[in-house]
Design a protein around this ligand. Structure first.
Ligand code: ZN
Length: 156
């Protein structure tokens, strides 16, 4: 049993998913500063007040490290933490595909079970709350913005 009373901003999600989101919110991944920053971007979601700054360290076409800072609601922070954890070690193309999948999932175009997305499946319940979809996607749109200038990206 997990106490949620201090966290009234979290919409009504399944208990298991709430727990995953809150775990990421309390101890987010991606807090270790990078040795060098290859790409970075900042994003904000004025509807909720979420702000995120995301930095990437690449090695060849692989995402070696990700640093995320900022503040916001539990959903935006948890989503950023999941991003940092799941994209580490992924190729840029894999990462972009995952980002697209997540967007489609949040807009109800694909089912979470169509792909192995780890903790990210906890975010699917958020799609019932249109205002919060932007919270969940903010780190991912910021990630895509950071990569927008990457000349080696081949979008298939
Ligand atoms: Zn938010």
């Amino acid at each position: 049993m997990i106490v949620l009373m201090q966290n009234q901003e979290l919409p009504k999600l399944d208990e298991l998913y709430k727990e995953i989101i809150l775990e990421h919110y309390r101890e987010p991944c991606g807090k270790v500063p990078l040795e060098h920053v290859d790409y970075e971007a900042e994003g904000m979601n004025p509807l909720c007040g979420d702000e995120v700054k995301l930095s990437l360290q690449l090695k060849d076409k692989t995402i070696e490290k990700i640093h995320i800072e900022g503040h916001g609601c539990s959903i935006s922070v948890a989503s950023g933490s999941m991003l940092a954890s799941i994209l580490k070690g992924k190729s840029i193309n894999e990462a972009k595909q995952l980002s697209l999948f997540l967007k489609d999932m949040m807009h109800g175009k694909v089912d979470k079970n169509e792909k192995d997305i780890g903790d990210l499946e906890a975010l699917e319940g958020v799609k019932k709350f249109p205002v919060r979809i932007k919270c969940a996607l903010l780190p991912w749109t910021t990630f895509e913005e950071a990569l927008a200038g990457h000349e080696h990206v081949e979008i298939s």
